[in-house]
Design a binder for this molecule. Structure first.
Ligand SMILES: [Zn+2]
Length: 250
């Protein structure tokens, strides 16, 4: 039995009984854990503020050997800006669910946590870069952090470098040249500029990820590429995805 302090972000909450919550918190250096917040919905509780989704804080947690219980929350950032815009809130909720569904419990994943925090911060504060582009960059970087690196310099089949081709094809594992496009059935035709953007995303540090913008055509290409990669490698049947798709079709 012990009490420990850890920095983290609440990525899921379930209401339990009249006053409690069961929280899933992504903790720095520890990973993802379920933590009980007892009585936190009571208006007099010291846990009332901060025991909600998006709360990034220093948490003091009691471990009795079987379950973790929250004792104290010192808020660092609550991403309040997300609640002021429906699109940003929808994408922020999607990021939390995406991370929850695609990570293991009790495994330290500080790089994923940093990506999540940086993405939420840009989403809540930036007016320059669209939520949809933030989401595509987030998805492609998440895939890379989890070891799914697409082949983007040479053709997946013949290894030919793809430099000056205006149109490139994207298959299951990366780019494919014109001469090899008959090897796969479901290919996406994308612009060479999209390849440059993907290279930039893969080579950038998380701190410098969100420093560019793209045309609508490249954004559409990025969406198609990301969707293909996600379907091949990750869990994508998320509740928040259908809401985002509805928003994008309005
Ligand atoms: Zn080829």
């Amino acid at each position: 039995m012990s009490t420990f302090k850890a920095r983290g972000i609440i990525i899921k909450e379930n209401l339990v009984g009249d006053n409690d919550k069961s929280l899933i918190i992504l903790l720095k250096d520890y990973g993802k854990f379920t933590v009980w917040a007892k009585n936190c919905r009571n208006s007099k509780s010291k846990l009332l503020v901060g025991s909600s989704l998006f709360s990034y804080a220093d948490f003091i947690i009691y471990d009795n050997g079987r379950t973790l219980t929250l004792n104290q929350i010192d808020i660092i950032e609550n991403f309040y800006g997300l609640t002021e815009d429906l699109d940003s809130l929808a994408y922020g909720t999607y990021f939390l669910e995406f991370v929850d569904k695609n990570t293991q419990e009790a495994t330290p994943i500080n790089d994923v946590m940093l990506l999540l925090l940086k993405s939420l911060l840009i989403l809540s504060k930036s007016t320059v870069i669209s939520p949809k582009l933030i989401a595509k960059i987030f998805e492609i970087k998440f895939l890379q952090l989890n070891g799914y690196m697409p082949l983007i310099n040479n053709c997946t089949y013949c290894n030919k470098p793809i430099n000056d081709d205006i149109d490139v094809y994207w298959g299951n594992n990366g780019i494919i040249c014109k001469g090899c496009k008959s090897y796969e059935q479901y290919l996406i035709k994308i612009n060479n500029n999209t390849i440059l953007v993907i290279k930039h995303i893969l080579s950038s540090s998380i701190d410098k990820l969100y420093n560019f913008n793209v045309s609508d055509n490249v954004l559409n290409d990025l969406s198609l590429v990301s969707k293909k990669l996600l379907n091949a490698h990750l869990y994508t049947n998320l509740k928040s995805t259908s809401f985002i798709e509805q928003l994008e079709n309005i």
